[in-house]
Design a protein around this ligand. Structure first.
Ligand SMILES: Cc1cc2nc3c(=O)[nH]c(=O)nc-3n(C[C@H](O)[C@H](O)[C@H](O)COP(=O)(O)OP(=O)(O)OC[C@H]3O[C@@H](n4cnc5c(N)ncnc54)[C@H](O)[C@@H]3O)c2cc1C
Ligand code: SF4
Length: 496
């Protein structure tokens, strides 16, 4: 702690976002490039270096936050990068995408705005790349053991990098044409530009990890072949089986899942398509689902030039501050009003003429869709609901809708490729892959990690899962492991 009074003398300052009118016309990241470094050392100085750093526990990776805050406040970027990479393979991903449960657990957050931990993380990661502090780290010797990692999202990538660096020969299988999982075709570029992903993939290739894209295991290559070809198999296939909305009119055209819509928009950015076949341009868009996936649809529809965009959230409008009884410090408060960059854009551009502030209608439940003579959706009927989700009489309303996007979450891994059935995997009742306390499935030599086993989660948990499953696989292959395991398979976020 370079300045022991930093938290009293320096107010919190976030990485500024670009003006709405400017950023809503492009797909670049929303923050002002270059505006973080000049402010970040002072911000890091706000860290109180607490005796018990709750932020550290609140981060599933166990990131050494007070340590790197101190190093950043002293501008020792090389040491900060070393300490950060000791616990996080991909800090430039979490520095941009993590909802920062660490900040909810920051001791300063008890009565003041938290330290901007996520911004400090991002600044260290970016600086590390600029200064060459993140070179490829190929293993010094090979173990002679082989591992197949199935799925190239943050779980698979973290597992593959850890195992490659430990000396195993690792091949990552990915059914999409490019690696990255949801970071490639789900998350829009305005949240994280794909160049960050490409740079890590380049680093991983230089370390020796092999990537086999456009290969769906179970469909293009038998699951059993994986078992015979490799000494261990890691299933990191994500949880992409989406929830539907079985209300009258669901069969109309123009109603799509968020993960049908977002990948096409991302493919336009990758240069694969001229325009998206599901583009929101000129359309009245209604997004059903109040979560982050819905917000990503919102930001995408705004940039595509929608005539209007409204987002429906089944929950009531949350308070501006956390409920200390149900979600006390240092837990992560789910029910707090947050204004994401996409919501800020929707508010300022007034994309939803019917919504009060930022394009969201709260406590809103969809009753049915109506279509035109050609069977295309034209309107959505909704009602307000109470806390028990019962309709409130007299609150029905109709929204124009010629593109409806369903963002209702995911139930577990999809089983279309046949991987689960070919291996004879035991599943949990909620649809995820069952595993023991060592990340092992019921099939010898086959391990499961990330959203596929944990259920829909976050990038930070996915990286932690990848690191932990790598330690388990390393132990399975060699009898012991020095790889870190930040979490166990049954660890969950702090809660009351
Ligand atoms: C739209 C959207 C936005 C999100 N935004 C954020 C965010 O801002 N911050 C955050 O922390 N979290 C966010 N999340 C959640 C986060 O992306 C996931 O928790 C995380 O990506 C899970 O990582 P994973 O590696 O387990 O799975 P995934 O990222 O889903 O990767 C799984 C990969 O496995 C591949 N695969 C599946 N089956 C096979 C097979 N049979 N053969 C070969 N490959 C296969 C898939 O194609 C996929 O590439 C978001 C999720 C969505 C849907
Ligand atoms: S990964 Fe997330 S929780 Fe961990 S320090 Fe970074 S922002 Fe905080």
């Amino acid at each position: 702690m370079a300045d022991p009074k930093g938290f009293m003398t320096t107010p919190r300052q976030d990485w500024p976002r670009r003006p709405v009118e400017e950023r809503a016309r492009d797909w670049d990241e929303v923050h002002v490039p270059g505006a973080l470094l000049p402010i970040i050392s002072k911000q890091a100085d706000r860290c109180m270096d607490c005796g018990i750093p709750f932020c550290h526990d609140a981060c599933p990776l166990g990131n050494l936050i007070p340590e790197w805050n101190d190093l950043v406040s002293r501008e020792d970027w090389r040491a900060a990068a070393d300490r950060l990479h000791a616990t996080n393979n991909f800090p430039e991903f979490t520095g941009r995408l993590c909802p920062a449960p660490c900040e909810a657990g920051c001791v300063l957050a008890i009565n003041q705005p938290a330290v901007t931990i996520k911004n400090v993380e991002c600044a260290i990661a970016d600086r590390a790349w600029e200064e060459g502090f993140a070179p490829p780290r190929p293993p010094e010797r090979l173990s002679g053991k082989t591992v197949a990692v199935i799925g190239s999202g943050p779980t698979g990538l973290a597992a593959a990098q850890q195992l490659t660096r430990a000396g195993h020969t690792v091949a990552v299988y990915e059914r999409d044409d490019r690696p990255g999982g949801l970071m490639r075709y789900g998350i829009p570029a305005f949240k994280m530009e794909k160049r960050h992903l490409e740079r890590r993939l380049e680093q991983m290739r230089a370390e020796g990890t092999k990537f086999r894209t456009s290969t769906a295991v179970g469909r293009d290559i038998g699951a059993d072949e994986m078992r015979t070809r490799y000494d261990a198999v890691v299933l990191a296939t994500g949880a992409t089986a989406w929830r539907d909305l079985p209300v009258p009119g669901r069969e109309l055209t123009g109603i799509h899942q968020a993960m049908e819509y977002l990948p096409l928009a991302n493919r336009v950015r990758e240069g694969d398509l001229e325009t998206s076949p599901l583009s929101a341009a000129g359309k009245h868009v209604v997004i059903v689902g109040g979560g982050d996936t819905g917000a990503d649809c919102l930001g995408t529809a705004v940039r595509e030039g929608a005539a209007s965009v409204t987002q429906l959230d089944i929950y009531a409008l949350p308070d501006a501050v956390r409920d200390e009884d149900t979600e006390p410090w240092p837990t992560y408060p789910m029910r707090v009003y947050r204004l994401s960059a996409a919501h800020e854009e929707a508010r300022d551009l007034r994309t939803a003429p019917v919504a009060d502030a930022d394009a969201r209608l709260f406590a809103a439940s969809t009753l049915r869709f109506d279509g035109d003579a050609r069977g295309h959706v034209r309107s959505l009927h909704l009602t307000e609901v109470d806390a028990r989700r019962s309709p409130v009489e007299g609150t029905g309303r109709t929204l124009p809708a010629d593109l409806v996007l369903l963002a209702l979450g995911f139930s577990g891994p999809d089983r279309e490729d046949g991987l689960v059935d070919q291996l004879g995997l035991e599943m949990e009742s909620r649809g995820t892959i069952a595993r023991d306390s060592g990340f092992a499935t019921n099939v010898p030599g086959v391990f499961a990690a990330g959203d596929a086993a944990r259920g829909q989660s976050l990038i930070v948990w996915a990286i932690a899962e990848g690191r932990a499953v790598a330690a388990a696989v390393d132990r399975h292959l060699t009898g012991s492991s020095r790889l870190p395991a930040p979490i166990g398979p049954h660890d969950r976020p702090m809660a009351v």
